[in-house]
Every structure is written in C-alpha cells, then in structure tokens.
Design a protein around this ligand. Structure first.
Ligand code: ADP
Length: 255
C-alpha cells in the first residue's frame, strides 16, 4: 500500500512538472510573439515601399529597433532567471554600504523619474553607515527593479519614498509609491513569471514580467524574502531585509 502511495505521489509530481513546462512554453511563445510580430510588420512595410518615404523610413526603423530591444531584454531576463535556478550564476558575497548602493540606483533612475515628474526621496540617517554582506551586483538589481517599478507604475507627478531602517541585526529597505496599487487577489501572484496585474498596463511600459520573479529569487539566495502591501488607488510598499555586518570593533564594544 505504501509503495502504491509513493508511486502515485511521484506520478502526481511528474504530471505537475509536465503541466508547468507546457504552460511555461506557452507563456514564453506568447511573450516572444509580440515584439517579433511588431518588428516583422515594420520591416515588411518598409520593404513594400515605405522605405522611399524619408520620414516614415526613420520612424519605422526606430520602432523596429525598439521592439528588438525589448526582445533582447526578455531573453536576457529569461537567461538570468534560468541560470540562477540551475545554480550556474553563483552568488558572490562582499561587504558594502546599502545606503550608498540605494543612492547609486536612484542616481541612475532619476532621469527616468524626472521625465514623468515623479519625485524620489530617501529616508535614512546620512550620518550613519548601513553595512551589510551580500552579493552587491544582485542587490543592485533588486533595488533597481523595485524603484523602477515604483516609477513605471506611478502616475505623473507621483511620489516615491525609499527608506532604510537600521536595527541591531538587520537593515530594512522599503520602497513606497503613490501608484495605482495592486488588488489583493493579484498580490500573491505578482512574483510569478510573466504575471501582470493588467496586461496592457505593463506591456505598454516595456516590462518583461520577469523582474519581480528575479527579485524573489535573488532575495531567497540571501535567505531573505520580499514583502508587499498595497492599497488600490493609494500605492504599494515593497520591502526586504538584509543582515547588518557588524564591524569587529563594534562587537568588542558590545561584549
Ligand atoms: P514588469 O516587467 O511587467 O514590470 P514585474 O515582475 O516587475 O514585471 O512586475 C509584475 C507585475 O506586478 C507588473 O506587471 C505590474 O502589474 C505589477 N507591479 C509591480 N510593481 C508594481 C508597483 N510598484 N505598483 C503597481 N503594480 C506593480
């Protein structure tokens, strides 16, 4: 009897895996179709004569290039996720200051935020340091994704507050926006690959639908997790924690 039960659970797992693979392939094909279809349209229209119209020529070439850029972005994100899951990408831990990293990310995104009149403020004690041990490049990616989403999904003239809270053993990073918020039934699913709250909302903004899946994976690799709370019509708060790196001198003082 127990042999039959074990076999049945093995079969169930295999069936679930097969279904997951089927769904995943369908999702990927669907995601690829959009930029390929758009590029194809522009190139064929050019071949069919639009190439002779000087103004249309440049416009269509730019649009085709933009669609190819999103395809490239999508393939890149897919590879990153795949390599992290299969362990090809190793985590490389080092000590760094989390506030410095957050400021770097904001510097990079300020231009994009400015274009939509979105204001980013930082709430942290500038006199303090926020040392942690983590994979700097990957945590950069996490902050970049969260802050960029807060810009992308905000309304023009919106606000973003990034706060860092230092406690004895950890640093909490919180990204708060004044965007449209996320309905409760979607909240659990936004970390799944390709899940979008409103398909058109994200696609129009050039998202791959993989950003938060990558964020979740990176934080799991740090034995941390991503949390989210959101109120529709008011905004969302994404947060995570990393351990504080205690300097040797600090621990001597403490003992
Ligand atoms: P995308 O590339 O589509 O932005 P993500 O994985 O980063 O993909 O996010 C998944 C979905 O979660 C988005 O498509 C969007 O619907 C929703 N989302 C993420 N961040 C926010 C936010 N700050 N405010 C509102 N919705 C958000």
């Amino acid at each position: 009897n127990s042999y039959a039960l074990a076999r049945q659970s093995e079969i169930d797992t295999l069936q679930k895996n097969a279904e997951f693979r089927r769904e995943f392939i369908a999702d990927i094909s669907h995601e690829f179709k959009t930029p390929i279809f758009a590029t194809q349209g522009y190139i064929h229209t050019l071949i069919d004569g639009a190439i002779d119209d000087k103004q249309v020529r440049m416009k269509f070439l730019r649009k085709a290039a933009k669609s190819l850029d999103s395809l490239n972005h999508l393939v890149h994100d897919l590879l990153t996720l795949n390599q992290m899951e299969s362990g090809v990408i190793k985590f490389s831990f080092s000590e760094f200051d989390l506030l410095e990293l957050v400021m770097e990310v904001i510097d990079e995104l300020e231009h994009k935020a400015g274009k939509r009149d979105v204001n980013i403020t930082v709430e942290a004690d500038r006199a303090k340091s926020y040392p942690t041990i983590a994979d700097r490049q990957k945590i950069y990616r996490v902050c970049q994704n969260l802050i960029f989403n807060a810009v992308k999904y905000n309304h023009d003239g919106g606000e973003i507050k990034v706060s860092l809270k230092l406690s004895k053993n950890q640093i909490q990073v919180e990204v708060k926006d004044t965007g449209p918020g996320i309905p409760p039934e979607d909240l659990k699913r936004i970390f799944e690959r390709f899940y979008r709250v409103e398909k058109s909302r994200s696609k129009g903004k050039g998202g791959t639908g993989l950003g938060l899946a990558i964020v979740k994976h990176i934080l799991e690799g740090h034995k941390s997790k991503i949390s989210v709370t959101s109120v529709v019509g008011k905004g969302s708060i994404f947060s995570f924690e990393l351990p504080t790196e205690k300097k040797k001198s600090d621990s001597i003082e403490e003992t």
